[in-house]
Design a protein around this ligand. Structure first.
Ligand code: 3PG
Length: 373
C-alpha cells in the first residue's frame, strides 16, 4: 500500500479523493464535524501540490440523502470548491475537464446510484474515467466492499490518504490490548458490530453491551422492551448471554406513556415505554470497572444522543479520559462528544471509524486496505 505522500509530482493531476463525509445532519446543519475536520488537511495537501481534487463520498443510506450541507460547511474551510449534482452526469465530466490546478469539486452522494453499494465494476470504471489517480482517505468506510472503495482501485493507480495511514498506525498499536481489558460497545448497528462483540468476548476481560445494541439482548432474555429500538434482523444471542464476561445495563432511562423520563431496571420496562439511555448505576458500575482494567475500548454511545440523551455517555467518556489507561475510542456520536469537549488528546487514539475500526481491530485488515494492494 503506497501513501499519497510518496507521489512526487501531483501538479495538474486529477485526484479522485474518496472521503467519508457521512456525518449527522439535522435541518441542514452538521451535528458533528469531527470526520470533516480530520480530512481538510489532506485536501489542502493536494491543493498545495497543484492537484485537481475530485471528492467522492456517500452520506446516509438513502438515495435522497444529500452532501449539500457538507458542501456549505466546506465552502468556509476550503478554497476554490464547487459542488456537482451527480458523479456521472455530463456536467461532472465538463466541470472536471475545465478544472484548474488547486481546484476542488465535491460530487453528490455516491449512494444515489445502487451500483455503489453493489460494488459494480462498470460503475467503478465509469467513475475512474474522471481521474488520473485515486486516494482512499475514508478509513471509516473501508469495511464496505463498495465501488468507490474496492472497485476504483482496479482501474487507477491508487494510494492511501494521510489520515488513513494514521488510523492504521493508531489502531494497530492496540492489536494486543493490555490486560485486564474492558470493551464498551454502544450505538445501534448490531448487524455490523455483532462479530466484534463475539471477538471481544474471546480476547477481553469484560464486555459491556449498551446503547440500542442492548435492546436486542434484552429481547433475547425475553424482557419486555416496549417501543425501544431493535435491529430489523434476527440474531441468536443465547450463547453470548451465557458468557460471564458479558455485562448489560443494570438500569435504563425510559420514556413512559405519560411522556415522563424515568429510570428503572431493564426487566421492569413496560410495553408502552421506550428505552433511551443507560441509568446512573450502570455508569457507576463501568467507572468501577475502569479502575480494575489497563485497557478500554469504547465504540458508540449508550443513549439516544441525537435526541439529547448524552449525559451518561458524556460522564463515561470523561471518566475514561481521566483514567490514564490505554484507550481507544471510535464511532460517530462518541467522537462528537470528544470533539465538543476538546479532549481528544486524553486518549491513546480516537478513530473516525465506527464499524470500520471494529472490523480492523478484529481482522487486522479491511477490504479497502486490501484493494490498495
Ligand atoms: C460509517 O458511518 O460508519 C460509514 O460511513 C459507513 O456507513 P454505513 O454503515 O452506512 O455503510
Amino acid at each position: 500500500m503506497k501513501s499519497i505522500k510518496e507521489v512526487k509530482d501531483l501538479k495538474g493531476k486529477k485526484v479522485l479523493l474518496r472521503l467519508d463525509l457521512n456525518v449527522p445532519v439535522r435541518d441542514g446543519k452538521i451535528l458533528n464535524d469531527f470526520r470533516i475536520k480530520k480530512v481538510i488537511p489532506t485536501i489542502g495537501f493536494l491543493q498545495e501540490r497543484g492537484a485537481k481534487v475530485i471528492i467522492l463520498s456517500h452520506i446516509g443510506r438513502k438515495k435522497e440523502d444529500t452532501l449539500k450541507p457538507v458542501f456549505d460547511y466546506l465552502v468556509g474551510e476550503v478554497k476554490n470548491i464547487k459542488f456537482n449534482g451527480d458523479v456521472l452526469d455530463e456536467s461532472a465530466f465538463e466541470l472536471v475537464g475545465k478544472m484548474k490546478e488547486g481546484e476542488v469539486i465535491l460530487m453528490e452522494n455516491l449512494r444515489k446510484h445502487e451500483e455503489e453499494k453493489e460494488g459494480d465494476d462498470s460503475f467503478s470504471k465509469q467513475i475512474s474515467k474522471l481521474g488520473d489517480i485515486y486516494v482512499n482517505e475514508s478509513f471509516s468506510n473501508s469495511h464496505r466492499d463498495h465501488s468507490s472503495i474496492t472497485g476504483i482501485p482496479k482501474f487507477l493507480p491508487s494510494y492511501s490518504g494521510i489520515l488513513f495511514q494514521k488510523e492504521i498506525d493508531g489502531l494497530s498499536s492496540c492489536f494486543e490490548p493490555q490486560e485486564p481489558s474492558l470493551f464498551i460497545l454502544g450505538g445501534n448497528k448490531l448487524k455490523t458490530k455483532l462479530s466484534f462483540v463475539e471477538h471481544s468476548l474471546e480476547i477481553g476481560s469484560f464486555v459491556f453491551v449498551g446503547g440500542a445494541l442492548a435492546n436486542d439482548f434484552f429481547k433475547e432474555k425475553k424482557f419486555e422492551i416496549g417501543k425501544s429500538f431493535v435491529c430489523e434482523e434476527k440474531f441468536n444471542l443465547g450463547s453470548l448471554l451465557e458468557n460471564k464476561k458479558l455485562i448489560l445495563p443494570i438500569d435504563v432511562v425510559v420514556r413512559n406513556s405519560g411522556g415522563e423520563i424515568i429510570t428503572k431496571k431493564p426487566e421492569n420496562v413496560l410495553s408502552d415505554e421506550k428505552i433511551l439511555d443507560a441509568g446512573p448505576q450502570t455508569i457507576s458500575l463501568l467507572e468501577d470497572k475502569l479502575k480494575e482494567v489497563k485497557f478500554v475500548l469504547m465504540n458508540g454511545p449508550l443513549g439516544d444522543y441525537e435526541k439529547g440523551f448524552g449525559k451518561p455517555t458524556n460522564d463515561l467518556i470523561q471518566a475514561i479520559a481521566g483514567s490514564g489507561i490505554q484507550s481507544i475510542i471510535g464511532g460517530g456520536d462518541t467522537t462528537a462528544l470528544i470533539n465538543e469537549l476538546g479532549i481528544e488528546g486524553k486518549f491513546t487514539f480516537v478513530s473516525t471509524g465506527g464499524g470500520a475500526m471494529l472490523e480492523f481491530l478484529q481482522n487486522k485488515t479491511l477490504p479497502g486496505i486490501e484493494a490498495l494492494g
